[in-house]
Design a protein around this ligand. Sequence first.
Ligand code: PMP
Length: 405
Amino acid sequence: MTLVQNPSTFLSDRARGVRQSAVRDVFDLAMTPGLISLAGGNPWLDDLPLYELGQIAQELVAQQGQVSLQYGTGQGTPEMRQAACTVMAADGIPDADPDLVTITPGSQAGIDTAARMLGNPGDVVVVEDPSFVGALNTFNTWELDAVATPTDEHGLIPEGLRETLQRLRREGRRIAFLYTIPSFANPSGALLPADRRDEVAQICREAGVLIVEDNPYGQLAFGADPVPPIAAKHRDQVIYLSTMSKIFSPGVRVGWALCPPALQRAFYLSAESAYIHASILSQMLATAFVTHCDWTGHVQRATAEYQVRADALVDQLRQELDPAITFIQPQGGFFLWGTLPQGADTLPLMHEAAEQGVVFVPGGAFSPDDVPHPTFRLAYSFVPGEQLREGVRRLAPVLNGALNR
Ligand code: PMP
């Protein structure tokens, strides 16, 4: 008899608590041949200078292998920390100090590090409703209680946040931090206006609450001007996370955190205890992309392609969807967020849609609660325009059909 018959005998309470997310089912479904996936937020890589990158990679191993294949420091290579500052300057943080940067294996690892270093079990993390499913899973893993604060099509509602924080304080809860994605959020696509960013910072400052700002999509703006991150003006109260995943490659697993000086050491010690450091070879390749390749040109061309795809998706949705189904017109990033009338539940529609040859992510995956949600997320970043249109032709009858039940 094998020792492990029943996994739950062995799993920690923490591991057992991890929700089987609907997103995982979606990604299994998305592997079905012939199916059009509007589920995954994969970047468009077609424009990357692969030959040039290949030559750089060869040199990094053949000429610099003694460094690139060796252990490095927990904070990241000085060159990658400088490259992160170059990217942050383009994001609207012109004067980041490389000594306050820690390189991470992606933004997801930055979220995990923030959660492990700031949260005690039972603490609250305040999140947008809806929020990034990967972050919600991380908070769950660290036994943090994600509490949703209201949003509209522009993102966080400052007054709602004030009330949420006051209520939590009245209830005697410890608030570990606010986790927010102010620019072209995953999943809503919302862009938080500059005045609301200042209000959010002010409200958190008054309440003594730290902000963890996650900004993978800020540069991918096409329907609106980019807005500088909260960290641009309110550096001392924000752990700012970003990544090479959407502007270069998610496969290299390189991101970073910019911390307030007083938290910098705790951040990289926490990071080090989890993963030692991000891959040195990856850091060197990502550095070369920023210093030797036309990275800003790549971001511009990729963003133009995302705009073409978003336009095709919106145009086809307007033609096919019942007007009772609304959506936020994307202005940047990878995602479109839609809403059916109150009372609808998009979770069962996911399976119906898969039978019609298209997958999307039901909105409930992005909320900390388990109630039915009438919302859905469509990713346009990875699917060419004509396929997006076909995807909508398959999806619309399923969504429209749910209205008459
Ligand atoms: N944060 C957000 C808001 C995201 O959408 C994603 C990717 N889906 C991540 C973090 C994770 O990115 P990375 O590849 O840098 O870990």
